[in-house]
Ligand binder design. Structure first.
Ligand code: URA
Length: 433
């Protein structure tokens, strides 16, 4: 087999065979195939697309390139949740304990964030004493005992994806649906869960800006999961504005606690319950969607999900006192209000700009070496559909610098204010099974 023939076939729009896909993945990893040939193939895939069968083979060989996690000593049907990424997304802190309280074991390996705010692991480090490293045995014991454990990523999961992603990043081939779908699913499948619920974000603050592209990505990932033996469901959810009202690290943990305490923070609670309901349906905990939603809503209102979260935090060395006193979370020195300069209605919000502003305050990392300031971030006071009068507070910047004029400007620019009323955004667009 020769790589040049594989490139040529894909360039001409033909489908690659399982053997050809295995050959290129293995050859790229053992360095017998050079970057320049793989770059050419990635560009051919970008333009010519891949069939569902090709995407499944690509995923299969990316999984086979590294370790797979064995969760078989955890009792029960393990279901994982994955989000394609958005601003203010703290649903893991709600969904994990919520399905845990319903009896689903959640063994989660999460990464650190590179971008607007920290990742799940960074956000959890806002909690005093919380340990993100456990031995394998502790990890498994904690899930068996408390139904939920979250640790930093260990092991060498899908190294072919890591290498390909780095190459895609410098060859303008990141935003290709077959390449994104196989990249995400290879890591999810290697992580060992029996079932997977995907939160595919759509809109201005998401990877996929249009509903059609989000649907295609969701369908591709669901098909891969099912073909590779993991029941997979995707929920397409709105990312035309940040999720909830808090963007940062400690403040996002606080907002998730408020939902676990039964507060009706509308969009965040709705999405968390939807994702959790789909997870319980995969695990066979409930027979019907409506029963699942009702039962899960009750677990938010009666404190069962919160109790699961508290046990999980304590089992990983964290001080859970912050749940009753949010002042025990890292606090910023300054809270600076950003005011509206006109009357009107909020029509649009550029979620990415809000994320960028949070990063400027220190809530995220521009490079892997940067450190995160857990105390800083942004509280949104107005979202799409709200009416405002000049001088109203649009947002509060939580900062450790007394001057945040430039960041305030970015936040102001993120809001599109018009004179006619705007409808609030819908949260859930579609469920793909
Ligand atoms: N996230 C991933 O893990 N891979 C992609 O290709 C895009 C987003």
């Amino acid at each position: 087999m020769r790589m040049i023939d594989i490139i040529e076939r894909k360039r001409n729009g033909e489908s690659l065979s399982e053997q050809e896909i295995a050959y290129f993945i293995e050859g790229y990893l053992d360095e017998s195939i050079p970057d320049y040939q793989v770059s050419a193939l990635l560009m051919a895939i970008y333009y010519q697309d891949m069939s569902q069968e090709e995407i499944a083979y690509l995923t299969k060989y990316m999984v086979a390139s590294g370790d797979t996690i064995d969760l078989s000593s955890i009792q029960g049907h393990k279901v994982d949740k994955h989000s394609t990424g958005g601003v203010g997304d703290k649903t893991t802190f709600i969904v994990g304990p919520l399905v845990g309280a319903a009896g689903i074991p959640v063994a989660k390996m999460s990464g650190r964030g590179l971008g607007h705010t920290g990742g799940t692991i960074d956000k959890l480090e806002s909690i005093t004493g919380f340990k993100v490293e456990l031995t394998n045995q502790q990890f498994i014991d904690n899930v068996n005992r408390h139904k939920l454990a979250v640790v930093g990523q260990t092991g060498n999961l899908a190294p072919a994806d890591k290498k390909l992603y780095a190459l895609r990043d410098v060859t303008a081939t990141v935003d290709s649906i077959p390449l994104i779908a196989s990249s995400i699913m290879s890591k999810k499948i290697a992580s060992g869960a029996d079932g997977i619920v995907l939160d595919v974000k759509t809109g201005s603050g998401a990877f996929m800006k249009s509903l059609e592209d989000s649907q295609r990505l969701a369908e591709a990932m669901v098909t891969i999961g099912n073909q590779l033996g993991r029941q997979t469901i995707a929920v397409i959810s709105d990312m035309n504005q940040p999720l909830g009202f808090e963007v940062g690290n400690a403040n996002e943990v606080k907002e998730a606690m408020q939902v676990l305490q039964g507060e009706k923070i509308a969009d965040l609670r709705e999405l968390a319950v939807e994702l959790a309901a789909q997870m319980t349906l995969i695990a066979g905990i409930y027979d019907h969607y409506d029963t699942a939603v009702q039962a899960l809503e009750a677990k938010l209102d009666n404190g069962e999900a919160l109790a699961c979260f508290k046990d999980f935090i304590e089992a990983q060395g964290g001080d859970s006192a912050f749940i009753d006193d949010f002042n025990l979370l890292p606090q910023p020195s300054y809270n600076i209000e950003v005011k509206a300069h006109t009357d009107g209605y909020i029509h649009e919000m550029a979620a990415e700009k809000i994320g960028l502003a949070a990063m400027h305050l220190g809530a995220g990392r521009a490079t892997k070496e940067d450190t995160i300031d857990h105390s800083v971030g942004i509280t949104l006071k107005k979202k799409i559909g709200d009416s405002i009068v000049k001088g109203d507070t649009l947002a509060i910047l939580h900062s450790n610098k007394d001057q945040a004029d430039e960041v305030g400007e970015i936040v102001k620019q993120a809001y599109t204010i018009s004179q006619s009323p705007a409808e609030p955004r819908q949260m859930i667009y579609r469920v793909v099974k």
